[in-house]
Structures are given as structure tokens and as C-alpha cells.
Design a protein around this ligand. Structure first.
Ligand code: TLP
Length: 345
């Protein structure tokens, strides 16, 4: 039997209709600026986010790292929320590529104005220059939490007033918008640049965009080249992203409901701690009282569910296009059994 894969929303298979859209895509060499499907995607994403220009890039990591390179100089400091992707999961690229150091504000991924303010250095030549704020929405390690628009407006306005640029890692901004009813462009207006992924909840196989003002994006084009991210006839990939925006956006709330099903199915299981009220989108973090995540992952696999961990005693389950309501219900039962089995032995 095919396992139910909750390790990430990146694991989705392109649907037959998406594959058809990819196969039929009109393409050209995008290094010459001649791929019409990429151009269409870039125009559409820039318009959705209310920014001047978008650049199609192979990954969310590259979008974030180009943004860091755009907004900082070597030796600068970047303020981020706790557990932010560009600090935790990008192989030290912020240090290696931009030569910046990171200062963590708040706990759990979100932070308020005083927590941000405490991390902005005064201006003095012997101190690092605080040049950038990075916010993540939804916050991945924070359990898919939405950075509420009011709070986001307050912290980013404060950052700007103190001379910082703002980058929004919106890998799952689609989910934040679907869960909160806030438009993408309203979230995007709080930042100078935004990265957004097609390969997460939207279900495209590859690709992200970096979005922002034309002058910055012109330089981003050069940086993408420098990082080896220029692609040739990548309209086949852009076609998948366009298909996903048209056909998979509206169903993101299903993923959020399925995450609720999981959370509710696990909240009374001995040995597991989950608060369904804290599950706002498609990510469920499960704290384990007794057994290690490693053991539960192994047992869950035997019971037909793949799940990941974010810490030795924290599991992470992510719902997506390939997890139906029925699969979410079955996965909740299998995970409950796996945790109970590991707790008992
Ligand atoms: N996140 C992946 C892993 O890398 C952890 C996942 O499975 O959730 N920003 C955020 C908030 C992300 O969650 C991710 C991917 C990225 C950026 C990077 O995207 P890719 O994988 O396209 O480089």
C-alpha cells in the first residue's frame, strides 16, 4: 500500500492535468529572456503581490539568498524570527554567500515591536550594521503560524523607520492568505522583497519567485545567474506553477481542515501534546512526552504513515494536495497508534 506522506507539502506529485499543461507549454531560452511562459508567470505573480517585477528561480532557498545579497553588505546583521528557514535550513548560506550574521528576535517565529527594537543595533562603526529584517509567513517551524497583518505592519513599519530593509519569506504566503482572508498584496506591501513558492502547498514540482521593485530585481537577475539559477526552456516548470495558481489555490483551505483533523485526532493521545487551536494552516507540530521522534517515525512508517521531525521530541506533519480527508483521518489513527505503541514500550 502507498504510504500517506506527511513529511512535507513539497512531496506532491504533479497531477495528470498539470503534466498536460507542462507538456503543452510554449517555451524559449529564458537566459535570452525568450520564454513566454516564464514571462507570463512572472507578470502574474508580480500583479498578485502588487509589486513591479517577479523573477522565477529554482527554489525558495535561492529566492531568500538573493534577497539577503540584495539588501545587505558583508559584516551586516540581519534580524530574523526564531527558527526562520533562512537561518535553519539553508546550509549556512547567509554567512557563506552574504557574509552576514543573524540576530534572533522573539520566540516561536513571531515577534513584536519591542522584541524587534531590542535587536536593532545603534549606529557605530565598531558594531555590525543592522540592515535587514526577515519575516516568515506562514512560519514553518512555528507550526505554520500566520504572522497577523496588523502585527506584521507594526514590526515592518518600525524596521523601516529605523532604516532596515524588509524581506518576507512567503514560501507559504498562499496558505497565510487562505487562512486569514488577507490578500497576498496586503501582506506583500509590508516588505521590499517577497519570496513565494509554487512547490509547497500549490503542488507544482519546482520553482519559486522573488518579487519586488524593478531596480532591485534587475540586480537579482545578475545574482541568479551568479548562483547558477538561470534556466533555459524552463517554461515547462512555469507552466506547472501557472496551473497550480489557477487550480490549486482555492483548495488550500482543505489542507488546513485536514491539518485540524490530524490535530484533533492526536490531542487526546497519551504521550503527545498538540493544541488544535494553534494549528492555523497545513502544518501540525506534535510534542512528544516520552518516546523519541525517531522511534515514533519508525513505527508510523510500519503503519503506513511517513512523518518528519523538527527536534528530537517534536514531530511535524504537513497536509497537502495528495492527502485527502479520508487519508488525513486514517493518518491520525495510525499516528495515534504509533505514539501509543512507543509510549507503552
Ligand atoms: N521548507 C522545507 C524544508 O526545507 C524544511 C519544508 O519541507 O518545509 N522558506 C520556507 C518557509 C520553507 O519552508 C522552505 C522549504 C523554503 C523557504 C525553501 O524552499 P526550497 O525547498 O524550494 O528551497
Amino acid at each position: 500500500m502507498v504510504p500517506i506522506d506527511l513529511r512535507s507539502d513539497t512531496v506532491t506529485q504533479p497531477t495528470p492535468a498539470m503534466r498536460q499543461a507542462m507538456a503543452g507549454a510554449e517555451v524559449g531560452d529564458d537566459v535570452y529572456g525568450e520564454d513566454p511562459t516564464v514571462k507570463k508567470l512572472e507578470r502574474q505573480v508580480a500583479a498578485l503581490l502588487g509589486k513591479e517585477r517577479a523573477l522565477f528561480v529554482p527554489s525558495g532557498t535561492m529566492a531568500n539568498q538573493i534577497a539577503l545579497m540584495l539588501h545587505t553588505r558583508r559584516g551586516d546583521e540581519v534580524v530574523i524570527g526564531e527558527g526562520t528557514h533562512c537561518a535553519e535550513y539553508e546550509s549556512g548560506a547567509a554567512a557563506a554567500l552574504s557574509g552576514v550574521q543573524l540576530a534572533v528576535a522573539g520566540t516561536g517565529g513571531l515577534f513584536d515591536v519591542p522584541e524587534l527594537d531590542a535587536k536593532i543595533r545603534p549606529s557605530a562603526y565598531w558594531l555590525p550594521r543592522t540592515s535587514l529584517l526577515v519575516v516568515e509567513n506562514t512560519h514553518n517551524r512555528g507550526g505554520g503560524r500566520v504572522f497577523p497583518l496588523d502585527q506584521l505592519r507594526a514590526v515592518t513599519a518600525h524596521a523601516r523607520a529605523r532604516g532596515l530593509a524588509v524581506h518576507l519569506d512567503g514560501a507559504r504566503l498562499w496558505n497565510a492568505a487562505a487562512a486569514s482572508g488577507v490578500r497576498l498584496d496586503e501582506f506583500a506591501a509590508t516588505a521590499d522583497t517577497v519570496s513565494i513558492c509554487f512547490s509547497k502547498g500549490l503542488g507544482a514540482p519546482v520553482g519559486s519567485a522573488l518579487v519586488g521593485p524593478s531596480d532591485l530585481l534587475e540586480h537579482a537577475l545578475r545574482l541568479r545567474r551568479m548562483l547558477g539559477g538561470s534556466m533555459r526552456q524552463c517554461g515547462v516548470l512555469a507552466a506547472a506553477a501557472l496551473f497550480a495558481i489557477d487550480h490549486h489555490r482555492a483548495r488550500l483551505t482543505d489542507d488546513h481542515e485536514h491539518a485540524q483533523l490530524l490535530a484533533r485526532g492526536l490531542c487526546n493521545v497519551r504521550g503527545a501534546r498538540v493544541d488544535p487551536r494553534g494549528v492555523e494552516t497545513n502544518i501540525v507540530n506534535i510534542e512528544l512526552d516520552g518516546p523519541s521522534a525517531e522511534r515514533v517515525i519508525a513505527r508510523a512508517k510500519e503503519l503506513g504513515v511517513l512523518i518528519g521531525s523538527i527536534a528530537p521530541r517534536f514531530l511535524r506533519a504537513v497536509t497537502h494536495l495528495d492527502v485527502s480527508r479520508d487519508a488525513a483521518t486514517r493518518a491520525a489513527a495510525a499516528l495515534a497508534a504509533a505514539i501509543t505503541d512507543c509510549h507503552a514500550t
